[in-house]
Design a protein around this ligand. Structure first.
Ligand code: UDX
Length: 421
């Protein structure tokens, strides 16, 4: 927002994050974001505070960007943080104000928050709630924010006000550049976001199911994906077979979507997403079984795991297939050494019992099998000659189909991909 030219005050309840941000340090890894942060902190356009009073008295528009994780032991989304923001902010809003939600929420939440905000605020009906879902991808957050492929704005049609003109003004430079700006009602805006993620998850599980067929038929899913992807109606993106999707969005969003559909009495409509989830989780087990089969037994096997983040160019290990597989293999008796270029600290925090190496070479030293579970460029560019003198056995399993099998085989390695002969 500051980069788009606005004066921004970032509010957070976590004092350690605030002090890092104020010093220009990001509390997570995201390519290109630190430069944007530093530039705007230095110019004074971006400031941080823990005070809701500062936010309420100073801002014209309040964006909510807090998390909506999966509830413990349930599929539904945990809305406590979104509610927490409205409950603290609304009583402080004494004049007309626009609250714009960016968090991914179950359909119906924005309407409910509007009712709640108006009831809590001294400004009453002069407080508006609109929804502006966020579509950015981790690893491309800066690019996706400054050059999004579309903007969606949901408005409360029962309480029309100034929200549309306020948000149009916030994004005026993007709208002038021709980025599609879709204005709709609150429910549609909420559903756009979860439908987009459900579609992406379905596409990945589709190709992973086909890859299992390729395995039994001796076909190559990577060539198949290239061939079907040329058809513009299908498209090549999100057709990479492997150990499946993870992260803080796709897995929990499809589950919360199913849970909400159930609450609304439409659970049958989304029953297919259960299968999407099952196919996806099955990919992790499949990788563990593949390693067991190739090693004979997991007990005593020395396994090098390259990659811990849920995708490259991120240090995010939430629901990461890579770390989940590493953990399962270790729990079944293998010695597992993990290396990831950026996600080591986060991995250690949630999986302290795994061994961690400081480089790919160190992780592979003495290994009976090397697993590539996150397609970092560094791993895709690995050459067999680098690992040849280090490993105990020349066996590599490519959980992301990101290596060239012929390169490894021609150097005497046994190569196994997923859905590739
Ligand atoms: C996703 C959506 O893409 C984004 O629009 C939304 O705003 C947030 O959720 P993100 O969580 O950053 O973004 O990850 P994404 O790039 O979608 O990848 C999700 C997972 O799918 C990763 O684990 C990735 O490795 C996996 N994936 C992706 C595949 O297994 N195959 C593919 O072809 C593509």
């Amino acid at each position: 927002m500051a980069e788009l030219g606005h004066d921004v005050l970032g509010i957070d309840v976590d004092a350690s994050k605030l002090s890092k941000l104020e010093a220009g340090d990001l509390p997570f890894y995201e390519p290109g974001l630190e430069e944007v942060l530093r530039r705007n902190v230095a110019s004074g356009k971006l400031r941080f505070s823990s005070s809701y009073d500062d936010a309420a008295s100073w801002a014209d528009v309040h964006f909510i960007g807090v998390g909506t994780p999966q509830k413990k032991g349930e599929h539904a989304a945990d809305l406590q943080y979104v509610h927490g923001v409205v409950d603290r902010l609304a009583p402080l809003l004494v004049e007309s104000a626009v609250i714009v939600g960016k968090s991914t929420v179950p359909v119906g939440t924005a309407h409910e928050l509007g009712v709640r905000a108006r009831a809590l605020s001294p400004a009453g009906t002069a407080v508006e709630v609109a929804w502006n879902p966020e579509f950015l991808r981790e690893g491309f957050a800066v690019q996706d924010t400054l050059r999004p492929d579309r903007l969606v704005l949901g408005l409360d049609v029962e309480n029309p006000g100034v929200a549309e003109s306020v948000v149009r003004n916030v994004y005026s430079s993007l709208i002038e550049d021709g980025i599609p700006f879709i204005v709709t009602d609150l429910a549609t805006a909420e559903l756009v976001k979860v439908s987009a993620n459900a579609f992406l998850a379905t596409k990945i599980s589709f190709i992973n199911a086909i890859s299992e067929l390729c395995d039994v038929a001796g076909a190559d899913v990577t060539v198949l994906a290239d061939a079907i992807g040329i058809d513009e109606r299908i498209g090549r993106k999100f057709l990479n077979a492997g150990v499946g999707f993870g992260g803080g969005c796709l897995p929990k969003d499809i589950r919360a979507f199913m849970a909400r559909a159930g609450e609304l009495g439409a659970d049958k409509a989304l029953a297919f997403l259960r299968e999407v989830d099952n196919i996806n989780m099955g990919r992790r087990t499949r990788m563990v079984e593949l390693v067991r089969k190739e090693c004979g037994s997991l007990v005593g096997a020395r396994v090098a795991v390259l990659g811990a983040a849920f995708k490259p160019n991120s240090d995010d290990v939430r629901d990461s297939p890579a770390l989940n597989i590493a953990g399962q293999i270790q729990l079944q008796g293998a010695t597992v050494t993990v290396y990831d270029p950026k996600a080591m600290e986060n991995s250690r925090a949630i999986f302290p019992t795994l061994d961690y190496a400081t480089s790919a070479r160190e992780a592979c030293s003495g290994a009976d099998v090397v697993l590539v579970l996150t397609e970092w460029k560094e791993f895709a560019e690995l050459r067999p000659s680098i690992l040849d003198p280090l490993v105990r056995r020349k066996l590599i399993i490519d959980g992301r189909n990101c290596l060239d099998p012929s390169v490894w085989r021609s150097c005497g390695w046994q190569y196994r991909g997923m859905g590739r002969p």
